[in-house]
Design a protein around this ligand. Structure first.
Ligand SMILES: [Zn+2]
Length: 76
């Protein structure tokens, strides 16, 4: 089971990331990657056609992951 402050691999860059949140049922966790990522933009924006697609690179991006998957990459 994942705990806050565990180190897991970032699903995008494999960098060590920190667990910052675990859901109450323990099935999902939020991890924060120290590297820069461009934010994922999948298809048409859900914010409507007026929203411009942006590919800004962000540091400390937070990912939502399945804890079961992430737990297999934990580095303690
Ligand atoms: Zn990353």
């Amino acid at each position: 089971m994942l705990r806050i402050d565990d180190r897991v691999r970032c699903p995008q860059c494999n960098e060590r990331s920190r667990v910052i949140w675990v859901s109450q049922d323990g099935k999902r966790a939020a991890i924060q990657c120290p590297r820069h990522h461009s934010q994922m933009n999948r298809g048409p924006s859900r914010f409507g056609s007026s929203a411009r697609p942006q590919t800004k690179s962000e540091k400390n991006l937070v990912f939502l992951v399945e804890t079961e998957e992430a737990a297999s990459t934990v580095k303690r």
